[in-house]
Design a protein around this ligand. Structure first.
Ligand SMILES: [Zn+2]
Length: 388
């Protein structure tokens, strides 16, 4: 089959793009979001074109919009259909215009997968299968490394992506295990600047031959704090450590941003934000917390209260008040809480007056048996949390 080249630069010229730091720096930006045990990677070209590789298990759409100012996705990729990679993809398709969607063409039996595919088919998104092709994301070239058709298990059919910007190269291979890494090796992989550890740093997803071929300077592991798989495995960490100059982990460093230059240089920035899980497990705030949240889950008057214990008014327009399932009420622009005062968010309908807000939901938003309320600011950092 002839190789095809897809140019998003040419096809998406009419798309408005938001200002991105990669545009100012003339670098490609690769951001590994801290999504707990799962994966979501945002790639931004110097021209502001965006690709999203996997969408984690949770509310990735909110984080992209609020923390990184994303308003459209040119190229979305689901490396393979496991929930820790596609759990947040439906919300992505609902939240942003998405131009192209690629998967490995291997169907899964879960409702998450069938719901997602139904959405792709109903929408005007162009579906692409992971064949031997290249995608031009502005001036960034993304080589698609197609998975073997007959591999064992979904992990070994993860789509591989080689991101190239001049001398800077990054290799992303989803949850590939040794079988698929050997398949990629046989097809040929170059030396890279950045290697994403396959399969969350599992010992079944690394070999000395893989590291000898890729010779990464930096390794990034996307992994959840205290996950039940024991990822990343000690043996894998030792191999990465012996090969690379630096290892970054989302469970330790939070969001990890790497900006690569045409000359192969790179810079790294990390941003630690407590994950939803941690917020849920954390004890409720004490009375001295500057901003407090309380929930009263009793029908028919279900509501949550946000209290400002500081001595000045706090602007909360654009902030989100979210439950443990990541359903969020977004405060309207201009909303604020006066010093020492509080505002109330009612679950049902009504007329807001600046101190009372209404979610307009017909169903409860707060669990009767226990839940978590997480208050996030405009950039989606956690400002307060409350669990009961
Ligand atoms: Zn995974």
């Amino acid at each position: 089959m002839p190789r095809s080249l897809l140019s998003i630069a040419a096809l998406a010229l009419l798309w408005a793009c938001s200002p991105a730091s990669s545009q100012q720096s003339g670098r490609v930006e690769i951001i590994f979001l801290d999504v707990g045990q799962g994966e979501a990677i945002l790639i931004r070209s110097p021209e502001g074109k965006t690709a999203l590789v996997d969408a984690g298990p949770g509310s990735v759409a909110h984080v992209l919009a609020r923390r990184y100012g994303v308003d459209s996705i040119d190229f979305a990729v689901a490396t393979h259909p496991h929930a820790d990679h596609i759990g947040g993809m439906v919300a992505i398709l609902l939240s942003f215009p998405v131009r192209y969607y690629m998967d490995n063409g291997a169907p899964h039996t879960t409702s998450t997968y069938s719901h997602l595919m139904a959405m792709v088919q109903r929408s005007d998104i162009t579906y692409l299968r992971a064949t031997d092709r290249a995608v031009e994301l502005g001036s960034v070239n993304i080589e698609v490394l197609p998975p073997p058709e007959d591999a064992d298990g979904f992990n070994n059919r993860s789509i591989g992506l080689l991101v190239e910007y001049g001398e800077f190269r990054a290799l992303l291979t989803g949850d590939s295990e040794v079988e698929e890494l050997n398949h990629f090796l046989a097809a040929g992989v170059p030396q890279v600047t950045l290697l994403k550890a396959a399969h969350h740093g599992s010992r079944d997803a690394i070999t000395p031959a893989w590291l000898a071929a890729t010779k990464p300077q930096v390794v990034v592991i996307s992994v959840g704090r205290g996950n039940s798989y024991g990822h990343p495995h000690e043996w894998a960490l030792r191999l990465y450590d012996a090969s690379a100059e630096a290892i970054y982990r989302t469970d330790v460093h939070g969001d990890i941003t790497i900006r690569g230059g045409r000359d192969g240089s790179y810079e790294i920035e990390t941003r630690f934000v407590p994950s939803n899980t941690e917020a849920v497990l954390a004890p409720g705030p004490s009375a001295v917390d500057p901003i407090e949240v309380r929930v009263s889950p009793t029908a028919p008057d279900e509501h949550a209260v946000v209290r400002n214990n500081t001595g000045r008014a706090v602007e909360i327009g654009g902030w989100g008040l979210c439950n443990a399932a990541s359903f969020c009420f977004i405060f309207p622009d201009g909303a604020s809480v006066a010093a020492g005062d509080s505002v109330t968010v009612y679950t049902g309908s009504g007329r807001g007056d600046g101190r009372s807000f209404y979610w307009d939901s017909h169903t409860p938003r707060w669990g009767d048996e226990g839940d978590a309320a997480i208050l996030r600011d405009r950039t989606w950092d956690i400002m307060a949390n409350y669990s009961y």
